[in-house]
Design a protein around this ligand. Sequence first.
Ligand code: PBG
Length: 331
Amino acid sequence: MAAVPSPADFPTIRPRRLRRTAAIRRLVAETRVHPADLVLPMFVKEGLTEPHPIASMPGVYQHSVDSARKLAVEAVRAGIGGLMPFGIPEERDEIGSGATDPDGILNVATRAIRDEVGDDLVLIPDLCLDEFTDHGHCGVLNADGSVDNDTTLERYAEMGECLAAAGADLLGASGMMDGQIGYVRKALDETGYTDTGLLAYAAKFASAFYGPFREAVESQLQGDRRTYQQDTPNATDALREIELDVAEGADIVMVKPALPYLDIVRAAADYSPVPVAAYHISGEYAQIVAAAERGWIDRDAAILESLTSIKRAGAGIIATYAALDAARLLS
Ligand code: PBG
């Protein structure tokens, strides 16, 4: 006959008590994602009249300037914190001229969205040349095909001034050139844009998860960005970049991608005297949506779990293509 266990053998401390009902779990939740934490990246394509779906990112579109305005209004209604527009020009060239043309698509879209929503959301257009260059790199090239850091800085400064003039609150400096934050900060200050801030893509890793984004912007990139974006194995380099961007005047530092780099998000949060953001990127979004379409995972639950984990790791701000879904789920 089996011995009857004595109550003394049972645990007196039972963590399961605080998991018993949804109300208890809600009460003790340490991390809450709020729509105001979220930034919605969006694509605006020159010459479009109707939104055009992006195959590898179901639910995400290339927008016309008009539909971008509507999306911005929807984002305001959903209580989302910000918008991150990317431009897709009709013409591309070696130096990315469209980026510094006041009539170029990203400048036009930034003005249009600002005009539509006023100060009701934070507008963070992308400050990088890759959508505008015909070779798809984030900067201008040397004769040998390598990216010329310092000449690129001059282009970023010019682009930054254009986007500031168009009404950006913050510029999403995503190019990973050395010194870009300090150089653009100085240029903005010298031209009177002292109130335009910089969101530094401080730790941006060369990632396989950018694939769907490259479809979204019709990237012409051959090869990769490994000579300027960071290498996956290296946390030290990421922390060094964050430290430099803070020292150069970044107003917010961002880690990208998010889920595969949560250790970096945590380290950034522990170190940084400025707010920390993380970018839940195209491939992270596409994985969830593709698996959910096959019935393999629950889309809504996977989105909320991902965003909550990114916030728990230390990112107060999250850029995500699922911002509108999340806002709906959270309300
Ligand atoms: C480049 C840039 C990239 C993304 C935003 N800006 C990636 C890249 O091609 O290197 C990717 C965002 C995403 O995948 O969602 N300036």
